[in-house]
Design a protein around this ligand. Structure first.
Ligand SMILES: [Mg+2]
Length: 370
């Protein structure tokens, strides 16, 4: 394919309810969408960076800048390309994995649309639907938490994940166990909010039979996670720390995790995400697909990825309605706790023009030649 240009599109989507994690509260999800225009087809990419560098060092305006200044020009200068070459072309530029992932996703979508092939088949999916968990934010009080969890269980979600932070950890887990019983698949996510000196406190979660504790310690503390994993019985899962197949291999080798949360944006794209999946399968490490409050575009791609055989735990691939009253695509709707894997070419979904226009705040066209 030859690149004709990339349209950057800033969208601002109100959340159905505030989403609080250990790093902050979101009431609106601002994100950057990419329309990749090639000589053969158009494809959509979604950059999962947040407005501010709170989850990771990336943020929307940084992603837009590096795309405009370096990534799109490099791809344009590379001559004919396909999705499998994008990461290599962009490799000289350090970091910016979410921006790179968005560009590769758009190229991949365009390529697969041109060839009439669905992303799920390209990635190696073996399921036509995936079980869905839900991520529940930090609440003001336990009553609000129990109401929220009860509502999600009533909707059919098969696994509950509680966001935790110091001061909101053992008690919310205990309350959910007491109210909803030991059969609920339950896990927690600290988003790096603790240190190794909290090990004894985190061990108090052990009696609650959690599936895992996700990213308790800072992103760069693999040794700390390895030490913690020996001090608690709850399995340790890594999210923020896993930025590539290489870091995943190191984490597994060190014993820093026994489960991996795969987020394509965090690791530079869906093709690297598949490599991490393959690596984890080879080491018998279960994986699941995380979420970054994606629109229907990113959600479609995540659901395709989550249908690979190594994704043996329910992911955060929730229905659109978990976050948005109106999505930019036809909404993903929960069916008995599952989402259907799209079957159309590429992502298998497209933006609805009116819905997309309603949430767009700005656009910018980056031509391939200038
Ligand atoms: Mg996480």
């Amino acid at each position: 394919m030859k690149l004709e240009g990339v349209e950057l599109r800033w969208v601002s989507m109100p959340l159905v309810s505030p989403f609080r994690t250990s790093f902050g509260t979101q009431t609106t999800r601002d994100l950057l969408l990419l329309k990749v225009v090639t000589d053969q087809a158009e494809g959509w990419g979604e950059c999962v960076a947040m407005a501010a560098p709170l989850y990771s060092e990336e943020y929307i305006e940084g992603a837009a800048d590096v795309l405009r200044r370096y990534l799109v020009p490099a791809l344009a200068a590379a001559g004919p390309f396909d999705a499998s070459t994008v990461a290599t072309v962009l490799e000289p530029f350090h970091g910016h994995r979410m921006a790179k992932a968005a560009l590769e996703m758009g190229v991949l979508d365009a390529e697969l649309r041109a060839e009439g092939r669905p992303l799920s088949r390209e990635l190696g999916a073996v399921h036509d639907r995936v079980p869905c968990g839900v991520s529940v934010g930090i609440m003001d009080d336990l009553g609000a938490l129990l109401d929220a969890v009860g509502g999600y269980l009533d909707e059919g979600y098969v696994r509950i994940k509680l966001k935790i932070e110091p001061g909101w950890d053992v008690e919310p887990v205990r309350a959910v166990r007491e109210r909803f019983g030991d059969d609920v698949l339950l896990q927690v996510d600290a988003n790096t909010a603790y240190t190794l000196s909290d090990a004894r406190h985190l061990a108090r979660l052990d009696p609650f039979d959690l599936l895992l504790i996700e990213q308790p310690l800072p992103e760069d503390d693999l040794f700390g996670h390895a030490d913690l994993a020996r001090l608690i019985t709850t399995p340790v899962c890594l999210d923020e720390s896993i930025t590539s197949a290489r870091t995943a291999a190191a984490a597994i080798r060190l014993g820093a995790c026994s489960v991996v949360n795969i987020k394509p944006g965090r690791v530079g794209g869906y093709l690297e995400a598949r490599r991490i999946h393959d690596l984890c399968v080879a080491h018998s490490v279960p994986v699941w697909c995380g979420g970054m409050l994606e629109t229907g575009l990113g959600r479609a791609a995540n659901v395709a990825l989550a249908a690979l055989p190594g994704f043996t735990m329910p992911g955060d691939t929730s229905a659109s309605g978990r976050y948005y009253a109106t999505d930019v695509t036809a909404p993903f709707v929960l069916d008995d706790g599952y989402l259907a894997v799209p079957t159309g070419p590429g992502l298998g979904v497209e933006p609805l023009p009116d819905e997309l226009a309603a949430v767009t705040t700005a656009t910018d066209w980056i031509p391939a030649s200038r």
